[in-house]
Design a protein around this ligand. Structure first.
Ligand SMILES: Nc1ncnc2c1ncn2[C@@H]1O[C@H](COP(=O)(O)OP(=O)(O)OP(=O)(O)O)[C@@H](O)[C@H]1O
Ligand SMILES: [Mg+2]
Length: 379
């Protein structure tokens, strides 16, 4: 059994700007250097599709097919996980009558899976992208998704819970929009919503606790500070104050009472989909949104590293990290410190930078690939 999470072979076919590429990184640190538009983020995106969901850009699957290519795309990988080595494959293609399916195909060890959900808990992957630089300033929805991804890292079932709640909520919205909604059906939907809402909030609180325990037990030094996380949300408050069955009942009754208001708003006004993640820079005791740009970046890196280490103590292996444009904002000393910290995680880390010199001094545990126009060469 491997005590790391790593991709030992990766093949992309007609994926984004790659017609065909294959890499077999043996080293834990995998650096991708190349000009803007070379294909660095696309490669990280391909790796991110080895977990359920729509990958690190969150786009629809047809967008991933190479323009001017066959119209279909595929990503195949040999991977090491704490559960053992396996072959993963995923891909998408239009149907024979030219329709665009919204789902992708997934194979595990050569066996076709019912859905991408089968990938849950196999490859644990954490990513950090430039789009997340404004996480602390941006919309609550982005922070909520960041939180839910952290929960999934510790508890692979969580993605299914969130999807189930959202599906029920959409069904109720649609039903409320009808002139004479079936009352029994509404009640039944609301009961199921209450169950999954409480499960979602309870899992979020559990994950926050895992991270807090890990932070309390860790030594703190170096340029990436620790973070204190809390959730601002009526649903999480409810779950903290009441046993689960009572919390379900209270939320279910609230849904029944707010049907008219929810119909007018076109959405459910209360629930776990309204919660927000609050982050505090630990050493400074300062809310993250009041920290400087550089401090926020360091805090985010610290938070990602803490998640990786907490997951390592839970599962015996750190998750695989995808760090897009990680080196750009850091001075050489911080960059060096980051490389050493990443090495100490023991799992694989893919990172990108526009110049190979950003990875100078990265050491023997790294391979640097030069990316150019959808081609890779080892430098
Ligand atoms: N479906 C597609 N088919 C073909 N090319 C695509 C497709 N989607 C994106 N591209 C192209 O892939 C190229 C590489 O994109 P990518 O985001 O990986 O670049 P990058 O190396 O990360 O650059 P940057 O340093 O600017 O972030 C871009 O020129 C983009 O237009
Ligand atoms: Mg990029």
């Amino acid at each position: 059994m491997a005590n790391r999470t790593a991709v030992t072979r990766l093949t992309l076919t007609d994926f984004r700007n790659y017609a065909h590429v294959r890499l077999e990184p043996r080293q834990p640190l995998v650096a991708l250097a190349g000009a803007n538009g070379a294909g660095k983020t696309n490669l990280l995106e391909a790796v991110s599709l080895l977990t359920p969901g729509r990958g690190l850009r969150g786009v629809e699957f047809p967008a991933l097919a190479r323009q001017g290519g066959s119209g279909q795309w595929a990503v195949a990988a040999s991977v090491e996980t704490p559960q053992g080595e396996m072959e993963l494959g995923t891909g998408w293609r239009p149907t024979e009558d030219g329709e665009m399916p919204s789902t992708r195909a997934v194979m595990i060890d050569g066996i076709q899976q019912k859905s991408a959900g089968s990938l849950a808990g196999l490859m644990r992957i954490v990513w950090l992208t430039p789009a997340m630089d404004r996480l602390f300033q941006g919309a609550p929805g982005d922070r909520r998704r960041f939180l839910d991804r952290m929960v999934v890292l510790f508890d692979a079932e969580h993605a299914g819970r969130v999807n189930a709640f959202e599906k029920l909520m959409r069904e109720r919205n649609a039903l409320l929009a009808e002139p004479n909604p079936d009352a029994a059906w509404l009640s039944s939907l609301e009961m199921q919503m209450a169950e999954s809402a409480v499960a979602v909030s309870a899992a979020r609180l559990a994950a926050i606790n895992i991270l807090a325990r890990h932070v309390a037990q860790s030594e703190h030094h170096g340029p990436f500070p620790w973070a204190a996380l809390s959730i601002t949300g009526a649903m999480e408050d409810l779950v903290m104050q009441h046993p689960a069955v009572e919390a379900e009942d209270i939320y279910r009754r609230e849904l029944a009472r707010s049907r008219a208001a929810d119909r007018a708003a076109g959405r459910a006004l209360a629930g776990p989909h309204r919660s927000d993640l609050h982050v505090v820079h630990g050493p400074k005791a300062m809310a993250a949104e009041f920290c400087s740009t550089g401090e926020q970046k360091a805090l985010l890196i610290g938070l990602i590293l803490a998640q990786a280490r907490a997951a390592r103590s839970l599962f015996g292996a750190s998750p695989l990290l995808l760090l897009d444009e990680i080196a750009a904002h850091l001075d050489p000393a911080r960059r060096g410190a980051l490389f050493r910290l990443l090495e100490s995680l023991g799992s694989q880390v893919f990172m990108t930078g526009t110049e190979a010199s950003l990875f100078d001094g990265i050491g023997a545990s790294a391979v640097v690939y030069q990316v150019d126009g959808g081609q890779l060469s080892e430098s």
